[in-house]
Design a protein around this ligand. Structure first.
Ligand code: DGI
Ligand code: FE
Ligand code: FE
Ligand code: FE
Length: 194
């Protein structure tokens, strides 16, 4: 539709072609999951399309833009500015791409770390980002892809478990790099899973 088409045109100018391919994959996957779980299809398309709209900035520019838009950055984010593309992306969606629904901006905001008790749309975009068809193959990807259409909260748990493991839980230096939202989300979905 017209809203999506306009945004696609603008987005294509602001991110690399590889990132754009990923983004289209996340959009279609989000729409499919919204069909499965009864979420709003237009919101799922918008959030999928725009989730990485602030991704293609270097660290310095990321911090500068966050400063410009009064986005607060914690210690972990200052150390790993790429984490900020989620917060900045939510802000860009509203301010540069004319998204009016808070639900869409929130799904963009939490797409990297997740959070405890995600909304349906947040959980869909978080999962779609991980499973979209262009993602490079990870060990558990086939089973997570299947689970995403069977039990969404179980799929979220599997993604968080692999992410926390990948980021090196238990290893002090690496644990410092994990955002509190990621760890809190992991604990929350682990409890649901048990
Ligand atoms: O932007 P994408 O690459 O499409 O995906 P994303 O925004 O989900 O980012 C994925 C990367 O972020 C992946 O390498 C794992 C990492 N990540 C997720 N949670 C955390 C994290 N990195 C750090 N340092 N801390 C986190 O809590
Ligand atoms: Fe991202
Ligand atoms: Fe992700
Ligand atoms: Fe992404």
């Amino acid at each position: 539709n017209e809203q999506l088409e306009q945004i696609q045109k603008k987005l294509q100018k602001n991110i690399t072609s590889k990132r754009y391919c990923h983004t289209i994959g996340v959009m279609h996957t989000s729409i499919s999951m919204a069909m499965r779980y009864g979420a709003d299809l237009q919101q799922a398309a918008l959030a999928g399309l725009l989730h990485d709209c602030a991704k293609c900035l270097d660290d310095k520019e990321m911090l500068r833009q966050c400063d410009k838009y009064d986005i607060p950055c914690n210690k972990t984010e200052k150390k790993q500015p790429y984490l900020l593309h989620a917060k900045l992306g939510a802000c860009y969606a509203a301010q540069k791409y004319g998204v009016e629904e808070d639900a869409v901006c929130s799904a963009i905001r939490y797409h990297t770390t997740g959070r405890p008790g995600m909304s349906l749309l947040e959980a869909i975009v978080f999962t779609a980002d991980y499973i979209e068809p262009n993602r490079k193959m990870l060990e558990h990807l086939p089973v997570i892809r299947k689970m995403a259409f069977i039990d969404l909260e179980e799929a979220v748990y599997m993604i968080l478990r692999d992410t926390v493991e990948y980021l090196g839980k238990g290893d002090k230096e690496k644990t410092d790099q994990i955002e509190h939202h990621t760890l809190e989300a992991y604990d929350y979905y682990k409890r649901l899973h048990e």
